[in-house]
Design a protein around this ligand. Structure first.
Ligand code: PEP
Ligand code: MN
Length: 380
């Protein structure tokens, strides 16, 4: 298993099996030395709080669990090497805007994700064969998609439905990604598969049904691969952000959120897309927020409207299922967009993105200008 060097529990420190929630976070300067960190840790202990140090992307972060007060914060702020002390009021800490004001922009194999960049993830629901994956991969790449999707381990409502190609599917996805110069994303459903998925894919997808599989979240949090967390079918925004916090708490700061529709009484669509989740999650968190119009719609004709609405609402990207022969698809054929419609949709998305000061991005493009000023962000 590839372990991140930052792999330490923070700010939820697994303390004898209990999760300790941090009330303050001391952000050290990038120039701080070990002696400065030691002094802060010692002082937090003297104040009767529980310290927990961890290396962030650029600087050391020291959490303090216990009663916070303006006096304590002021005292800590004056210690050598300290940049600032943040009081975090939300139950999720490192996922919150309070902790990090600027939009997080991830660097995934040179592709920028988040901020003003709009990335379109596209591909089949499930990997079914080499020919099919490469054919669809070429179509979506040529149309402007930047990340290739394809399920190798499929979570199905029925145990008798197609369950995916497993390891062979991962091998094909890696081969296609390399040939097309597209980072890849695939779902991991079991903590025992994290190691093998990390070996072949560039981004872990956590499915809606696994959003609160806490052992799985902790396991992907111990790696250094980006984690794409789908919102559960009936999860609140806070629960969704707490799932992100599980990953961040393990030292993996590379998290992407994805709204994919929720269960309502509306039987016309597979799930009801919560477009408002985009601005709400963006207000509460610095993490990129994507939307999956395919699983929400359930029907290919509805996908473009939901996709355009999501980008108009400010989403950092979309994940769209595309198939050249959906009547033969093993999984989710009815919601797969056909190649010609996908191409036209991409052209429409580029226009809508511009209206909201975003830009549809592909690998090799120069970075777009962020709207917000970066303040020591997590360019990872
Ligand atoms: C998928 O992306 O193929 C999928 C199963 O999505 P969700 O977990 O959102 O249902
Ligand atoms: Mn699907």
């Amino acid at each position: 298993m590839r372990q991140s060097p930052r792999n330490r529990c923070y700010p939820c420190d697994l303390d004898g099996g209990k999760v300790r929630i941090m009330d303050m976070i001391v952000v050290m300067r990038s120039t701080a030395v070990q002696a400065d960190v030691d002094r802060v840790v010692e002082r937090i202990g003297e104040l009767g709080l529980k310290p927990s140090a961890s290396r962030g992307e650029f600087r050391m972060l020291i959490g303090a669990a216990g009663q916070k007060s303006p006096t304590i914060m002021q005292q800590l702020e004056q210690l050598p090497g300290v940049d600032r002390v943040i009081a975090v009021t939300q139950p999720y800490k490192m996922a919150s805007r309070e902790f990090h004001e600027a939009d997080t922009i991830l660097d995934i194999k040179g592709l920028r994700v988040g901020g003003p960049h709009v990335n379109i993830i596209a591909g089949p629901c499930a990997i079914e064969s080499r020919d099919m994956l490469f054919e669809i991969g070429r179509v979506v790449k040529d149309a402007g998609a930047s990340i290739l999707r394809g399920g190798a381990f499929k979570p199905r409502s029925s145990p008798y439905s197609y369950q995916g190609m497993g390891k062979r599917g991962l091998e094909l996805l890696q081969e296609a990604g390399n040939e097309l110069k597209m980072p890849t994303i695939t779902e991991v459903t079991d903590p025992r598969d994290v190691e093998i998925v990390a070996e072949y894919a560039d981004i872990f997808q956590i499915g809606a049904r696994n959003m609160q599989n806490f052992n799985l979240l902790l396991e992907v949090g111990k790696t250094d691969k980006p984690v794409f967390i789908k919102r559960g079918l009936a999860a609140s925004i806070t629960e969704w952000l707490m799932s992100a916090e599980y990953v961040l708490s393990q030292g993996n700061h590379r998290v992407i959120l994805c709204e994919r529709g929720m269960r309502t009484f509306n039987e016309e669509v597979r799930f009801t897309l919560d477009v408002s989740a985009v601005p709400v999650a963006q207000e509460r968190s610095h993490l990129p927020v994507f939307v999956d119009p395919s699983h929400a719609a359930g029907k290919r004709d509805l996908v473009p409207a939901l996709a355009l609405a999501a980008v108009a609402a400010g989403a950092a990207g979309l994940i769209i299922e595309v198939h050249s022969c959906p009547d033969k698809a093993m999984c989710d054929g009815p919601q797969a967009v056909l190649p010609a419609r996908f191409k036209r949709l991409m052209d429409q998305l580029k226009q809508v993105a511009e209206i909201v000061d975003h830009r549809v991005t592909q690998w090799g493009d120069s970075p777009a200008q962020p709207r917000r000023v970066e303040s020591g962000g997590w360019m990872s």
